[in-house]
Ligand binder design. Structure first.
Ligand code: HEM
Ligand code: HEM
Length: 345
């Protein structure tokens, strides 16, 4: 009797392992998501050219954009490590810990706006932030421009990237070049993208079950579209606010941008592309385990205790969001000259 009951239970438990109806799931999924494009998207007010991309790549790797000459964009957005720093919160100038976890730069061009609170409308506006932030690169536009102008090779690169401009080496143009480079940082062809394109063998059964659970439980309310998120703002804690260990009380999120009471503890729902490569999680970086992050979401955003099977399946689905990382050639940067401002530690 007991054995039989156990057997029945096992079958009932295993029922969720029934094969997925691919055509129904695919139809649902293609209505909610779209594949990462293989082509560089058009950017507002900034034509992406080969010359800008090349210059932007140099700037992205150049630590002389920081006052210490030690920190480059790549320090905190390491392209060899998921496009972020895999730290709880970033370490910047003078070893200061910043207040937030660094999001990945991969596919960031596809987000509606930049930063956890959306305070920069696009990547060219964004790029000017960290260079000047005291806890990040701690420099100034005039110092950065003087630094770049001190190296003839840089001047030549700016002239090529911004032809027909008398004085091409400007802080604005630096931001445009970085934006152009970042627009190339797309990670297409993940198993999920291949599935969306009709290859139903591209995802495993657990990944497909996870996709179905992700849709059915309502994660898609905030994480959908091409970037599986990155498009809208929501309270962290729609149903139940996480504890202060995960949601530190001093960071009120989008409230600091809009100063609207209802925007307290509102953050951009992050894109979940490559999320398995970008631990730790949340704007506080307090959660290292993706399973835990998913379980927290269930309780905080949906008011639901997801069971172990659901969590495992969703995590399996999230790993299917790992795309192909584009190859980045490490640029060779011009040597500093006698006119280059010296590092200020
Ligand atoms: C946010 C690029 C330097 C740490 C971002 C975002 C981008 C970006 C695109 C927004 C991503 C998103 O919201 O999805 C750059 C570029 C840099 C640079 C181009 C060089 C000019 C740095 C450095 C650090 C850093 C040196 C660490 C010291 C962070 C952090 C955030 C962020 C913590 C989130 C801040 C917030 O949301 O308030 N960065 N970054 N970044 N970056 Fe950087
Ligand atoms: C953050 C997954 C439902 C809004 C996250 C993160 C994951 C995730 C893994 C952390 C990503 C990172 O730090 O890079 C899920 C799953 C859901 C779900 C699996 C369904 C069970 C929702 C819903 C909403 C939402 C329904 C909106 C009502 C957010 C927001 C954040 C976030 C605002 C950022 C929180 C912060 O750090 O301040 N989600 N999510 N999520 N999600 Fe969800």
């Amino acid at each position: 009797g007991l054995l039989l009951a156990a057997g029945t239970l096992f079958l009932a438990g295993g029922a969720s392992a029934q094969t997925i109806d691919d055509s129904a799931l695919l139809e649902q999924a293609t209505a909610l998501f779209s594949p990462i494009p293989h082509m560089i998207p058009k950017i507002n007010d900034n034509a992406v050219t080969k010359e800008k991309i090349e210059l932007g790549r140099m700037l992205f790797f150049d630590p002389r954009l920081s006052s210490s000459h030690l920190l480059s964009c790549n320090t905190c957005h390491n392209l060899a490590m998921g496009g972020d720093d895999n730290l709880e919160t970033s370490i910047g100038h003078g070893w200061q810990a910043g207040p937030r976890n660094a999001p990945t730069v991969y596919n960031a061009v596809l987000n509606v706006a930049q930063f956890w609170d959306g305070r920069a409308e696009d990547l060219k506006t964004q790029a000017k932030g960290p260079i000047q932030a005291g806890v990040e690169m701690n420099s100034r536009p005039d110092v950065v421009v003087a630094t770049l102008k001190s190296m003839p090779e840089y001047v030549a690169h700016f002239d090529r990237a911004f032809p027909n401009e008398d004085d091409a080496v400007t802080f604005d143009n630096l931001a445009r070049a970085i934006e152009a480079f970042e627009a190339t940082l797309l990670t297409p062809a993940s198993p999920f993208d291949q599935y969306l394109e009709g290859n139903t063998n591209a995802m495993t059964e657990p990944q497909k079950r996870g996709l179905k659970t992700f849709i059915d439980t309502g994660c898609i309310a905030c994480h959908s579209g091409v970037n599986v998120g990155g498009q809208s703002y929501h309270p962290f804690g729609v149903v139940e606010q996480p504890g202060s260990d995960i949601l530190p009380p001093d960071d009120k999120g989008r409230f600091s941008v809009t100063e609207t009471a209802t925007d307290q503890y509102v953050f951009r729902a992050p894109a979940l592309r490559n999320v398995a490569r970008t631990a730790p999680y949340f704007h506080s970086g307090r959660v290292w385990d993706l399973k835990q992050a998913v379980a927290v979401m269930g309780v905080s955003q949906l008011g639901e205790e997801l069971n172990a099977q659901q969590v495992d399946d969703i995590v399996a689905f999230l790993t299917a969001l790992n795309g192909e990382i584009p190859e980045t050639v490490v640029p060779q940067l011009p040597a500093s000259t006698a006119d280059t401002p010296r590092p200020m530690p």
